[in-house]
Design a protein. Structure first.
Lengths: 269, 234
């Protein structure tokens, strides 16, 4: 038993050392959202940052709710999410020392090509949501407390609708799985544009509504608090944060395209 | 179903291209799961055998708990290991979270009950069969453990392979404690989840076929070793 435990410990140490040996460059762990990772943005901009700074960025892509939780527990060095209200609360609660606008993209409303609720001609996103609720057309909601989910719930609230009932389906999944499910049941769904453009399994789904300012989707970078979590790599994380806001970082974001389409629009001050 | 055709074509292309990114993912998958299974076997085989031989109060409860843990949902194991290894958790200072080491711990938690519980059952049966002989040889129970494990080795090989199957197939635990970081903690199963979420179904299914082939290879290797041993020992 004792030797077994010793062997187990040695094995673990050995493995964690090989893990370090794999990548000897200094690195930070970044908690971010599935939309940024799935679209391929990080694959495009992180190598440029690494080139400039020598710092590798390890991305853990989860829903915004989980990303906040990871940062709150001190398991990530930096945070890049899209829930401005939540981000400001995070700063106010003392977990982050600074928050800055980095870029935006927008949400779009996807649905079956036949558009049974007739949202193609809607004048605002409020009207589009009202028509879906009135028609009781199937609507697939993320239901996972992500940034997109929070934005969607705010839009229902603004339209004066409390979504519920047979037609409103909370999936509790990421953006991609939700689109897969919506494609399977021909449902309406709100997606960030980046995930939608990069998404391949569309089946009968089409982009039906876009362009309302209420669908604006702001991304923010947070510097985590050195007082709450002194063990984090604050110096390296600060370089990443500053690079995102620099001309170089902002240009890298603007230059990223999928299928000839720019997906993220830099808007740092 | 054109999607299935393209999945097989994708799988074939993945293998033939020897894509370095895929190779890295395959190597990491094997490294993590084999390490977890090795440690689980080193702990679980003697543990299961001891549980088969000793009688003590609470043994029945322990056996039931161990059997029940075979059904531990991977995502629960992942969550438990996450809370343990998180900076805010008791072992946070090790800095293991989001490293392959954390994934080994999570898979160990899933595989250990399987190996220990099934070993207990096999050794117990063997012990009932040979109890008189072993006793006439005057072996203590501690000395019986290696003897019985050796005698049961062929059956136990299947037990260890079942453990490997569980480790290499699960995704819920490694996703949470590894974080699916590109080039660092991305393994076959988490890569499949990622490609599925991108709607890239042929690639996801292609990766699944590669994973299945890999597991088949490991099983074939184990089978070959078993057969050779059987033949050599008559």
């Amino acid at each position: 038993m004792r030797t077994g435990l010793t062997l187990a410990t040695l094995g673990l140490m050995g493995l964690s050392m090989t893990a370090v040996a794999q990548d000897e460059a200094p690195y930070i762990t970044l908690a971010s959202t599935t939309s940024t990772e799935n679209s391929g943005l990080f694959d495009a901009i992180i190598p440029q940052f690494r080139e400039a700074s020598g710092i590798a960025v390890r991305v853990v892509a989860v829903g915004t709710g989980q990303a906040f939780e990871i940062a709150r527990r001190g398991d990530a060095d930096s945070l890049l999410v899209h829930d401005t209200e939540g981000e400001e609360r995070f700063v106010a609660d003392g977990y982050a020392s600074e928050r800055a606008d980095v870029m935006y993209n927008d949400f779009v409303i996807i649905g079956p090509a036949e558009d049974p609720a007739g949202i193609r001609e809607a004048e605002s996103v409020e009207q589009a949501f009202s028509r879906i609720a009135q028609a009781e057309a199937p609507f697939a909601s993320r239901g996972d407390d992500s940034g997109t989910n929070r934005a969607e719930l705010r839009l229902w609230d603004a339209a004066g609708i409390e979504p519920g009932g047979e037609w409103y389906r909370e999936l509790g999944s990421g953006m991609g799985p939700t689109l897969n499910t919506a494609a399977g049941m021909d449902a309406y769904v709100m997606s960030d544009r980046a995930t939608w453009v990069a998404f391949d399994n569309r089946q009968n789904l089409e982009l039906l509504f876009e362009g309302d300012e209420a669908l604006f989707n702001q991304y923010g970078s947070l510097r985590l608090s050195a007082e709450t979590h002194p063990h984090l790599k604050h110096d390296l994380a600060a370089q990443w944060h500053d690079w995102l806001l620099s001309d170089e970082g902002q240009q890298a974001i603007a230059a990223f395209e999928v299928k000839g389409q720019q997906l993220f629009f830099p808007n740092a001050d | 179903m054109p999607q299935h055709d393209s999945a097989f074509a994708t799988a074939l292309a993945l293998i033939l291209d020897l894509d370095p990114a895929l190779l890295g993912i395959v190597v990491l998958s094997l490294k993590v799961s084999l390490t977890a299974v090795l440690i689980a076997a080193l702990l679980g085989l003697p543990l299961g055998a001891a549980l088969a031989l000793w009688r003590f109060p609470g043994r029945g409860v322990l056996v039931v708990v161990l059997n029940a843990l075979m059904g531990l949902p991977p995502v629960v194991a992942g969550l438990a290991v996450y809370l343990l290894l998180s900076r805010a958790g008791p072992l946070g200072d090790l800095g293991l979270l989001f490293t392959p080491g954390a994934m080994v711990v999570a898979q160990l938690l899933l595989v250990l009950p399987i190996i220990a519980a099934l070993t207990r059952q096999q050794v117990e049966e063997l012990h009932l069969e040979y109890r008189e002989q072993l006793r006439s040889l005057g072996l203590s129970r501690t000395r019986m453990i290696p003897t019985l494990l050796w005698d049961a080795r062929l059956g136990l090989m299947t037990v260890v392979l079942a453990g490997f199957g569980r480790a290499s197939a699960e995704v819920g635990a490694v996703m949470i404690v590894g974080g699916n970081i590109d080039g660092v903690t991305r393994v076959m199963t988490t890569a499949i989840v990622l490609e599925t979420s991108k709607g890239n179904l042929p690639l996801a299914l292609g990766l699944g076929i590669v994973l299945l082939g890999l597991v088949a290879l490991v099983n074939a290797a184990a089978h070959l070793v078993g057969e050779t041993a059987r033949r050599r020992l008559g």
